[in-house]
Design a protein around this ligand. Sequence first.
Ligand SMILES: *[C@@H]1O[C@H](CO)[C@@H](O)[C@H](O)[C@H]1NC(C)=O
Ligand SMILES: *[C@@H]1O[C@H](CO)[C@@H](O)[C@H](O)[C@H]1NC(C)=O
Ligand SMILES: [Zn+2]
Length: 473
Amino acid sequence: MSRAVWRGTAGALLGLFLFGVGLLITALLIRTYTLPKPRVIWQGEGAQEAKLGDRAIKQLKQALIGAVRIPTVSFSEEEQNFTALAEFKDYIKKVFPRVFSSSFIQHEVVAQYSHLFTVRGLDQSLMPYIILAHLDVVPAPDEGWKFPPFSGEEHSGYIYGRGALDDKSCVIGLLQALEFLLERGYQPQRSFYIGLGHDEEVSGHKGAMKIVEKLQSLGVKLLFAVDEGLAVVDGVIQGVKRPVALLENHPMPNMFGEGPEASMFEQLSREFSFPLNVMMANLWLFSPIISRVLQTTPSSNAIVRTTTAITIFNSGLKSNVIPHMARATVNFRLHPAQTVDEVLDIIRNTINDERVELSVLNSFDPLPISPHDESSFGYQILQRTIHSVFSGVPVVPGICIGNTDSRHFVNLTHSIYRFSPFQLRPEDLGRIHGLNERISVESLKKVVQFYYQLIQNADSNKVPTADQDNHEL
Ligand SMILES: *[C@@H]1O[C@H](CO)[C@@H](O)[C@H](O)[C@H]1NC(C)=O
Ligand SMILES: *[C@@H]1O[C@H](CO)[C@@H](O)[C@H](O)[C@H]1NC(C)=O
Ligand SMILES: [Zn+2]
């Protein structure tokens, strides 16, 4: 081959290669900038807003502070502060008199400390839904807190204390929203339930499970359920420019790159700057890189795999005696693509030592993913409410780490959505179950606003269809 011919061939190959690269880049960019925007189904007039004047805000703050002061601690499944749980019942009766005296609200105590409210709507042909929250909190040793954890101290626009976020702000925000609606003379069209469990932090076997049994015995089927979960996160996801509402489709998605987290990243892609937006919009190419990055922080690691934490370790009785036995309790958070049996197999093979005995204390397999398309009533109602309360933040399906009371509701509805209506910054996330848990008064107002509008929005009788006056904005 002459030099000239060789040069010609190499040139052609290089040209072809560059052409291929060009095509690929074009494809990536086209997908990035033409990914359909999640459609906003409902346009125009939404629910009436709660008018939170000075008196209402004071009332609301006092209601939360009083709730935080009652130490409804769950130490273990057997050991809870039952005195405090009983006190809590009297407390909400006193603080929300309209809720407890309304002619269309039935209140009952379930399993001694949990609560079920039935709010009867005007149109009995509409299928009811349920809103869940829980009364109990995890323990909080005094050390390390800026203010004692059960003092409910208000400082620089924040209310501090165990339960300020998880989950008393939801309990109080929800009941307060209903109280305000009743004050306005409102009665819903659609019936709904409010379930307040008393042992969520230690399984929900007594509270939520009994509420489920109660509803099942009445033959109730639910249109959807809303429970605590992910929130509006601001600066929590690196690279996202503005706050975003993450909504969990109960309970967890498939392996990374499939299931709802794929649409989470795709729908979020427009919130990232270049070149992250190109990567998010093209998971078909970039998911190996992204999943590798997600593994590097504990909170996002659980999106990728089952996580492992040794929570109790016991061995030895005296300092001068070698123990003959050691016992460890390990908490696994299962990736949705794995079952309990599969995880056990992996552990058995990893330990590979027959002296080690394995037993399962408590377990459940991941549950199916809730619908989140344009015709899913619950999802659309939530999206509409979140848009209105959090000034149009994008709503995307997400992955919530950890399980809550709503997992007991799978036989009553396929649509379980887990969303906590607060706006969180990264520094607040670690305070949940940690030190100096707090909620800003601004956030607390949004919690009330969220439930206030959610209840009204749920009065619609169906999701509008595509051709009804809702043009793409
Ligand atoms: C349980 O709650 C009561 C208030 O209802 C409180 O006085 C008591 O100290 C609490 N006990 C524990 C062990 O936290
Ligand atoms: C749902 O119903 C099935 C079949 O009756 C039962 O085995 C399962 O335990 C129920 N799940 C829950 C969470 O109640
Ligand atoms: Zn909680």
